[in-house]
Ligand binder design. Structure first.
Ligand code: SAH
Ligand code: DHB
Ligand code: MG
Length: 221
């Protein structure tokens, strides 16, 4: 099996089970037209995130790394009436595209895009004493992943879920001498995930339309 087969199988499964609708396809098209990099989660991964929101009964979701709002819309669809998703984005161009994309969806009323470096937005939320989040999706600059986990621990409660994207990166994650900031950052994140007694965690490798990668998933005890 090769990467070509992974994509074909992903397309087959997505067409059969995931069925992204016109609204989600519109978000992808508008993101591409706005010149955003095509690095959002796949449709199958987006639906997994939606299912995790539903399964955990999450009412408050925090996303770190918005891009064009594709994963935001998937997760917001899993929220119950009155649920909220706050998504953090550093680049004005991405935040503006996301706001415009989200405005055209049925879940617009549940999503708030906050512009600024995520660590600043996270620190502000902690200082304001916001209500704990039930699910955090970490998917921004990988170099800061360990910091994002630390802030997430201050913004969650027992039973909350923390999900992190891109923890395998084509296998580069096992290179302990890597000088790639993203690999170093994600390895530091995984080390913290492993050693924090407040967390129980696993990581699952994935193949598909975006190649070989993986998710880490942790539950706050
Ligand atoms: N979650 C999105 C993809 C996010 S891509 C999806 O699957 O649809 C990563 C995003 O993180 C990019 O838009 C990038 O601009 C943003 N980002 C990078 N560094 C950041 C930082 N320090 N703070 C907040 N966002 C950041
Ligand atoms: C990149 C970021 C992502 O979140 C992703 O899923 C894939 C690639 C990147 O920065 O290259
Ligand atoms: Mg990602």
């Amino acid at each position: 099996m090769n990467e070509h087969a992974w994509k074909d199988v992903d397309h087959y499964l997505t067409h059969l089970l995931v069925k992204p609708d016109a609204e989600l396809k519109g978000v992808l098209r508008a993101s591409e037209e706005a010149g955003l990099p095509p690095i959002e989660v796949t449709a199958a991964q987006g639906k997994l995130l939606m299912l995790l929101v539903k399964l955990s009964g999450a009412r408050r979701v925090l996303e770190i790394g918005t891009l064009g709002g594709y994963s935001s819309v998937w997760m917001a669809r899993g929220l119950p009436e009155g649920g909220t998703l706050i998504t953090l984005e550093a680049l004005p161009k991405h935040a503006e595209a996301a706001k415009s994309n989200i405005r055209h969806t049925d879940v617009a009323g549940r999503i708030e895009v906050r512009l600024g470096p995520a660590v600043e937005s996270l620190a502000l939320m902690v200082s304001e004493g916001v209500k704990a989040f039930d699910l955090v999706f970490i998917d921004a600059d990988k170099v800061n992943n360990a910091k994002y986990l630390e802030w997430s621990m201050m913004l969650t409660k027992p039973g909350s879920l923390i999900v992190c994207d891109n923890v395998v990166r084509g296998g580069h994650i096992i290179d302990e001498d890597s000088r790639d900031d993203a690999v170093v950052g994600t390895r530091a994140f995984l080390d913290e995930l492993a050693s924090d007694p407040r967390l129980e965690a696993t990581a699952i490798q994935t193949v598909g339309d975006k190649g070989w990668d993986g998710f880490a998933i942790a539950r706050v005890k």
